[in-house]
Design a protein around this ligand. Structure first.
Ligand code: FCX
Length: 438
């Protein structure tokens, strides 16, 4: 069986050569222009970042190394070992994102074993997590936990010892695999501390996601499948989203993978990004509470009324809209299909489905939103809720466990390809005016 490390080592020289040739032969080729709108407006659509692991098409949605979500579901190894029979293993997707190759089940099993063997937290981390106030937001606790693991960084140590930069990626990969390996225990410790007894039980006879489900306290094969799907679809969404971009930016300073991804998590914790999944559940609960109090059923009409209340109060409808997508997010669709298969009669799923029927119309009528369709965050909470996972303030932590796989796979290639410090040019308003008054 060829290992992940061997597979990557064989690819690095070719990729370095190809990128060097692109730069040398076509470095001055123009690929776009930037308008004042884009400069002021958050750099939408400005092409200025190299990203290996995935690409986002506005209409079609995400492709991981060229594969759509349904294609990944058809070809990647699953828990049963048969591709297509159940959800892909997260380890399969990690392999795909890092190497751009579809792994065999044997290769995936070696990666599962390797991640389990790396999943040891430094001694100071659990006591630190235990000392945090229970009302500190779980995402804040999560970044503290990951930052505290940075004492183990092999990349930082190698840099301090002066290893040549051609070797950076080897040490980065060490850290990347260890960060991915330790995140579930940090995450589960926070969950068990904040809402339960603080006890975390592992089952390393299972895959990464199954073991994570046990650590959280869920022992249900159907929930394991949800965790596999959830962790796969949240991994990567090309480079420009705030968590991936932050990881890449901070990593470009040669901050190690622990610190780089902890920075990415802080970006994920914003309500316009990953925190939207908790906001969706909060929105649905508020909607239910309002109409239950008024003795009204939840229907297309009452949802429409509540949506307009939200918009008229100058707030966003969480889970709708996207900076790049212009159609229903395929990550939403894959979760909807999971619900239709595993919980077709779930009450809250029906509410989400009714929201899906009316919200695009409401947002089109509102007239401001570039994309009136649902994104990934619109569906994830309801699936968790079905299994009794109702602590929605925690949901973004799960997103954070998953996003590590995409952001850090790219960080490996950032170092392997020797990408430089990221440093775009900012301009003053006076300069912008000087451009138009010429
Ligand atoms: N509800 C109400 N108004 C919305 C809206 C929504 N769901 N989505 C966008 N708008 C508003 C914007 O706030 C903006 O208003 P302004 O002109 O007064 O500033 C206007 O519509 C145009 O914005 P638009 O170009 O459509 O969207 P952006 O690219 O600026 O922003 C996000 C994209 C995702 C931030 C935006 O759609 C939003 O706030 N959605 C709700 C939060 C959410 O679901 N975030 C998760 C996104 C993603 F999937 C993830 O990162 O996890």
């Amino acid at each position: 069986v060829t290992t992940l490390q061997e597979t990557l080592a064989a690819q690095v020289p070719e990729k370095q050569k190809s990128l060097a040739a692109l730069k040398k032969e076509h470095g001055s080729h123009v690929i776009g222009e930037v308008t004042i709108d884009q400069c002021i407006g958050g750099a939408r659509s400005v092409k200025c970042m190299l990203w290996e692991t995935s690409n986002l098409d506005p209409a079609e949605g995400i492709r991981f190394r060229g594969l759509t979500i349904p294609e990944c579901q058809a070809v990647l190894p699953t828990y049963s070992g048969v591709a297509g029979d159940g959800e892909p293993l997260l380890e399969s997707l990690l392999w795909l994102l890092l190497t751009s190759e579809v792994p065999t089940k044997e290769q995936v099993d070696t990666l599962t074993a390797e991640l389990h063997s790396r999943a040891k937290l430094p001694d100071h981390v659990i006591p630190l997590l235990n000392s945090l106030p229970k009302d500190m937001h779980p995402m804040t606790q999560f970044t503290i936990g990951l930052n505290a693991c940075q004492t183990e960084s092999k990349f930082a140590k190698a840099y301090a010892e002066g290893v040549p930069k051609t070797d950076y990626h080897t040490y980065a990969l060490e850290d990347i695999l260890t960060v991915i390996a330790v995140l579930p225990e940090i995450a589960a410790t926070i969950y068990r501390n904040v809402y339960f007894d603080g006890v975390v039980n592992k089952d390393t006879s299972l895959d990464y996601s199954g073991n994570f489900a046990r650590m959280l306290g869920y022992d249900n094969p159907s929930f394991d499948e949800l965790m596999r799907l959830y962790l796969c679809i949240h991994t990567d969404h090309e480079g420009g989203n705030a968590s991936a971009h932050t990881t890449h930016l901070v990593g470009s300073t040669l901050s190690d993978p622990y610190l780089s991804y902890a920075a990415g998590l802080n970006a994920l914790a914003g309500p316009l990004h990953g925190l939207a999944n908790q906001e969706v559940l909060k929105w649905i609960q508020e909607l239910k509470a309002k109409f239950e109090a008024e003795g009204k059923p939840i229907t297309a009409e009452t949802i429409t009324e509540f949506a307009w209340d939200t918009l008229n109060a100058k707030k966003v409808i969480p889970g709708y809209g996207h900076a790049v997508l212009r159609k229903t997010d395929p990550r939403y669709t894959s979760q909807r299909e999971f619900a239709l298969k595993h919980m077709p009669d779930d009450e809250l799923f029906k509410v989400v489905d009714t929201i899906y029927q009316v919200m695009p119309g409401v947002l089109k009528e509102h007239g401001k939103v570039a994309n009136p369709y649902p994104n990934v965050d619109s569906h994830s909470g309801v699936l968790l809720w079905h299994y009794g996972f109702t602590q929605f303030q925690y949901y973004t932590v799960l997103f954070g466990v998953s996003r590590a796989v995409g952001g850090l796979s790219q960080l490996y290639w950032d170092r392997a390809l020797g990408l430089p410090l990221e440093r775009p040019k900012s301009v003053t308003p006076e300069w912008l005016w000087s451009q138009v008054k010429k």
